[in-house]
Design a protein around this ligand. Structure first.
Ligand code: BGC
Length: 760
């Protein structure tokens, strides 16, 4: 029976491989035929990606788009939306250009299209893989219904430095968690068939190591050992490609002396030769041109370098369009190199089915019926509620009772435009409910809500302007700050509880939004102090696109709910959690430091030769600081619930395994509190002795489980040699026999541990 099953299985694999081979052959024939008719100029035209000019992240905007389409000088357009506009542009291409090659249409669909989900860092905090996949699926349905077929997502850059504004766009600090999420997002976008009209081609970004920009300053240099790169930073990109992502975006940053966009080792040796990637390589926005400022030469030279390194498509800067023909004539690039790039662009279009039907994504009917549906909004509300992380809850301040008067005070209380969070370019800001309106809509007339601005986002008007760009406004009141606070306190005087809606505005994180001070701005802190002085219970509902430094708040505020930016349904989801309809289950995907001086900070650090003794916070000549302990404020994986989970009975089914074996590790998790709830059970490993130094803990598994109050569940993990492997100094992916520790717990700090051996 088993043999028969195996034979059937092998036969299925062979037949699917044959099917793929046949499809590839068909595609190759089609593209060979097409390319045999193309002039060099037309081939170079395919490498040109322009923006429709609606959403830009640089100073350059594409011009003369219409005449360029007709001339065959455009391969793709991004940030153009709606079936009618896209149909018009596509008609120009297929009716007016010589070879009628359709255009590919892209967009930054990062955490939802019109139905906006939490920012990616928030989605990561759900640790809920099926949910994350569903959000990407919905994003693909909506965006493709509006004419698009390509998204510049997932962003999988690991970041351990919260100063970097773009930490908000990724899944945080951890290699394993980010890799798992990368996979789910790609599957969600691309579905099971890229040629269906409700899927999008995914674009993994930013390749590579963008999240390790020095000092957390955006676009800054990255300099990293191969050892760290392979073990910690590269796996999420690889995971996304292994899940089938058909395109990848080069990053802006310099990597060990060669910027990513001109880096042959990265884009060809690693990506094509080692990883066997056969999809499209596109640059980031004007990244080819920026090689000039990196100091690699003039536009002709940098375009040549970039093409030769392995770039196929040039975003916005038109360096390829304007210089490659000259470089070909001068013998600086070869026709094979141009052909290679052109082929990858055409293959992407072929896989999307655009040659069969260039208008397959242009359905007014779909645009009308499949965007912002009640079902999508329901998912957005669920995702938001699950992304919130309860950081503190003294004396069960939360959940609140649905009665009496609640004062919602603070600069984030009445701004719908800030709820979607950064990189939600297609969000309908005018129609997004503010926190207060969302809460009112969720609570009906059970609770009376009063509200006040309370303080400006920051006292510094110029900083507030920089932090509220792209229509993400927050009202500003330029009266004496104390007068505003007094008014707010007066508004709250009859309230039973105060919700302080404070933190960052949405554009305080994201691209080009690095910060050196991660405290809640002074203006808001003064407000918070005044609110606490009223003696009423105060709940801090904290908006943040990154880990903030909350040492003071942690000491002084009884309850803190970190809500990131929750998307379209933020307000309702906050009400769900504050009033106990949803029990919070989010866990931090990035460490929250005590202060900025601890950055970069991450749990999976090395032991060093002079580790601090357990429970000591300072020892002379040990690895620590004079003025603050090594501990974070909140560790990776941390997050409270309204209930209590206790862990016991950690058991291994053997004390040692061979490379062929697997090890079962189980733990009993009991819900000891008064609420049903979800818990993320986390498993970490440590390789104790080896040929090179290894992290003190690495996440290698997790399970999100629902446990009813009073009930207990046995959670079982299976570990095999694959989980024990790492890249050694020769960059071989190997395991080394010896002792390992396994840790299981509710976060990366509070764990139970056991040991086992890997034997030869
Ligand atoms: C960002 C990318 C984005 C691109 C296109 C760039 O500035 O770095 O993440 O996909 O713009 O909008």
């Amino acid at each position: 029976m088993k043999l028969l099953k195996n034979i059937l299985c092998i036969a299925a694999v062979i037949s699917s491989n044959l099917g793929h081979a046949q499809e590839n052959q068909k595609m190759n024939q089609f593209i060979n035929d097409l390319m045999s008719k193309m002039t060099v100029e037309e081939k170079i035209g395919q490498l040109n990606l322009v923006t429709a000019g609606e959403a830009t992240t640089g100073s350059v905007v594409s011009t003369d788009v219409e005449s360029k389409i007709k001339a065959g000088n455009i391969g793709g357009i991004f940030s153009m939306t709606t079936p009618s506009k896209i149909r018009k542009a596509q008609e120009l291409a297929v009716n007016n250009s010589r070879l009628k090659i359709p255009i590919i249409f892209g967009m930054d669909v990062i955490h939802g299209y019109k139905t906006i989900f939490p920012i990616p860092l928030g989605l990561a905090a759900t640790w809920d893989m099926p949910l994350i996949q569903k959000t990407a699926r919905v994003a693909a349905i909506e965006a493709s219904a509006d004419g698009l077929n390509w998204t510049f997502s997932p962003m999988v850059d690991i970041s351990r430095d919260a100063r970097w504004g773009r930490i908000s766009e990724g899944s945080g600090e951890d290699t394993y968690l980010s890799s798992r999420i990368a996979r789910e997002m790609v599957i969600g976008y691309q579905g099971d068939d890229l040629s269906k009209n409700n899927t999008l081609m995914a674009c993994v970004k930013h390749f590579a190591l963008y999240g390790a920009s020095e000092a957390g300053r955006d676009y800054h240099t990255t300099d990293m050992s191969l050892h760290r790169m392979y073990n910690e930073y590269l796996p999420p990109y690889k995971a996304a490609l292994d899940a089938g992502a058909m395109s990848i975006m080069t990053s802006f940053n310099d990597i060990n002396g060669i910027p990513a966009t001109a880096n042959h080792w990265l884009l060809t040796d690693l990506l094509r030769d080692d990883w066997k990637f056969n999809g499209l390589v596109v640059t980031d926005y004007t990244a080819v041109n920026e090689l000039i400022d990196h100091g690699l030469g003039d536009l002709q030279k940098v375009s040549e370098l970039s093409l030769k390194a392995g770039v196929d498509m040039d975003m916005v800067g038109e360096g390829f369009l304007t210089t490659l023909k000259k470089s070909l004539d001068e013998g600086k690039v070869t026709l094979e190199e141009i052909d290679r790039a052109c082929r990858y662009v055409l293959e992407a279009k072929y896989r999307l089915g655009l040659f069969d039907d260039p208008f397959k994504y242009c359905s007014d009917e779909r645009a009308k019926n499949e965007i912002l549906t009640p079902e999508h909004l329901k998912l957005a509300r669920e995702a938001a509620g699950k992304s919130f992380v309860l950081l503190k809850n003294d004396n069960q301040t939360l959940p609140l009772k649905k009665q009496g008067t609640v004062a919602v005070i603070g600069p984030l209380a009445n701004t719908g435009a800030n709820m979607p969070g950064t990189w939600s370019v297609s969000a309908d800001l005018a129609n997004t409910m503010s926190l207060v309106d969302g809460m009112k809509s969720a609570l009906g007339n059970k609770v009376k809500i009063v509200t006040h601005l309370g303080s400006n986002l920051t006292d510094d008007a110029a900083l507030q302007e920089r932090s509220t760009m792209f229509g993400r406004t927050i009202p500003r009141d330029d009266r004496d700050p104390q007068q505003i606070i007094d008014e707010a306190i007066n508004t709250a005087k009859d309230a039973d509880v105060i919700i302080a809606a404070l933190g960052e505005s949405s554009e305080m994180s994201g691209e080009s939004s690095s910060r050196t001070d991660l405290n809640i701005p002074e203006s808001q802190k003064r407000l918070l102090q005044a609110l606490l002085k009223t003696g009423k219970p105060v709940v801090l509902v904290l908006f943040a696109g990154r880990p903030l430094t909350l040492t003071w708040e942690n000491e002084n505020v009884p309850a803190i709910l970190n809500v990131w930016f929750g998307g379209t349904e933020t307000g309702k989801a906050v009400a769900d959690v504050l009033f106990g309809d949803v029990n919070p289950s989010g866990k931090l995907p990035a460490t929250f430091p005590q202060n900025v001086g601890q950055l970069p900070i991450y749990y999976s650090q090395k032991n060093t030769g002079r580790p601090l003794a357990k429970d000591a916070w300072f020892q002379k000549f040990r690895s620590n600081y004079l003025d603050v302990s090594n501990e974070p404020l909140y560790p990776f994986g941390y997050g409270l619930s309204y209930t209590n989970f206790t862990y016991s009975n950690l058991k291994l089914d053997k004390n040692s395994i061979t490379k062929a074996d697997s090890l079962k590790i189980s733990v009993a998790v009991k819900n000891n509190g008064n609420y049903d709830g979800e818990e993320v059970v986390q498993l970490y490993l440590q390789d104790l002795v080896g040929s090179q130094t290894r992290p003190i803990k690495e996440l290698k598994g997790f399970q999100k489980v629902f446990i009813e109050k009073g009930k207990s569940k046995d959670i079982v993990f299976t570990i095999s040699e694959e989980d024990l492997k790492f890249y050694n100094q020769q960059l071989e992916f190997i395991s080394e026999p010896g002792k390992f520790k396994v840790f299981i717990g509710t976060n990366s700090r509070d764990v139970q541990e056991a040991e086992f051996d890997l034997i030869d």
